[in-house]
Design a protein around this ligand. Sequence first.
Ligand code: FAD
Length: 447
Amino acid sequence: MARVVICGAGIAGISTAFHLTRLGITDVVVADPRAPLTLTSDKSTECYRNWWPNEPMIRLMRRSIELLDGYARESGNAFGLNRRGYLYLTANDATLQSMVTQARAASRAGAGPLRTHTERTERYVAAGSEWFANAPEGADLFLDAGSLRRHFPFLSDRVVGGLHARTAGWLSAQQLGMWLLEQATAAGASLIRAEVVAVEHSGDRIAAVGFNDGSRIETTTFVNAAGPHLRRVGALVGLDLPVASEVHAKTAIRDHLGRFPREAPMVIWNDPQQLGWTSVEAQYLRDAGRRDLLDILPPGCHGRPEGGLESPWALGLWEYRTKVREPTWPIPTDPLYAEVVLRGLARIIPALESYSEALPETVVDAGYYTKTKENRPLAGQAGPEGSYVCGALSGFGIMAACAVGELVALGIAGARLPRWSRWFELRRYDDPKYVASLAEMPDSGQL
Ligand SMILES: Cc1cc2nc3c(=O)[nH]c(=O)nc-3n(C[C@H](O)[C@H](O)[C@H](O)COP(=O)(O)OP(=O)(O)OC[C@H]3O[C@@H](n4cnc5c(N)ncnc54)[C@H](O)[C@@H]3O)c2cc1C
């Protein structure tokens, strides 16, 4: 017998367990056949930001970051939270103009004040490299290359402007997850190595959860936090959850020549780009059936330094071809992924061109972004009484985990939910106006 059974020990399930124990509900079992945080939650770039293009996501991330800041203070920053920001860049005047429009909209929607800089203004406050306190809020908008490159001299001279979102940075997802799990288990929650294979209902209420070893636990509350298996586990309570999964890869790059500035923020190239292959390379790609890499590739190449100031590692990501598929493992990745990403990053930081002759050591891994159509999570009651979902965390699950876990825990505890929680409940799709608005929803802001 347990008060709550949570399916999944990724960051979503662990955060839910943690927040339940903080609310005094300690008879909690988290079930997962895998070691905690090892399916998707350890594949992340571990970045966070409150800078989103719509109010629901801004509200959610503001709350999550508020919680992260509090837990960082409480734990002596056990998970290395920094606030270096996200630096969005463009080499295109028209893109800069649309970045200005979007930045004003995000600022109005609650992401914080917008400070504009040109060659003549000098009010920019640089980020500290390792700590999160006292950083400016909102964003700094650079309207010319001079002001931008004065603060970020490593950037390409193609850049015409950019936006530095400040309530943003990165952390160690593994250490955050383990800290939350340790706190939860110290308060009474337990972790079992088992796969959830059945959820029993009595009438329209959760009654018990069954596991692959034939055992079962009686409970009145079940939380589906199954990450990429959200839909499959949703079917166990009779739900057809509206999610799909996309493959997203990431490469770690051993920057042995020290070309990626160690104090850099996360850098993001907002323009499409065509990579500069030599004629021999281009012929090789044609012969290998990889003409796609000769085309113009989409915007969004991004990267950041990884580890402390002495570490030689950097991370790079670029979803130059999105693949939606049923989640299965191993996840196929492009054998040229690391090279393509490194070339893309060299467009932002030209010093990385030093690797054009000889690729450094790289490690590629991948996971799924499990997403709703409008790229907002599912967090709250769903299905029979006592059934909850905490997932569809797409490419923002680390940054959103504290807030979504808290929302689900508040719902289970019968506590008052914030008004904005309705944007993340499954029943939002029962509202025909909401469903009609999905077709009009602009860019979700996902990297
Ligand atoms: C390349 C990449 C980069 C990313 N970058 C970022 C980033 O910078 N910032 C950010 O915030 N997010 C990022 N993300 C997203 C983030 O990693 C995910 O949103 C998050 O990890 C999802 O957590 P989860 O707990 O929902 O899922 P998971 O971590 O996948 O956990 C789900 C768990 O459920 C278990 N499970 C499934 N079915 C069952 C069952 N039947 N019984 C028991 N257990 C079950 C699984 O074994 C798994 O352990 C990135 C993701 C990828 C792939």
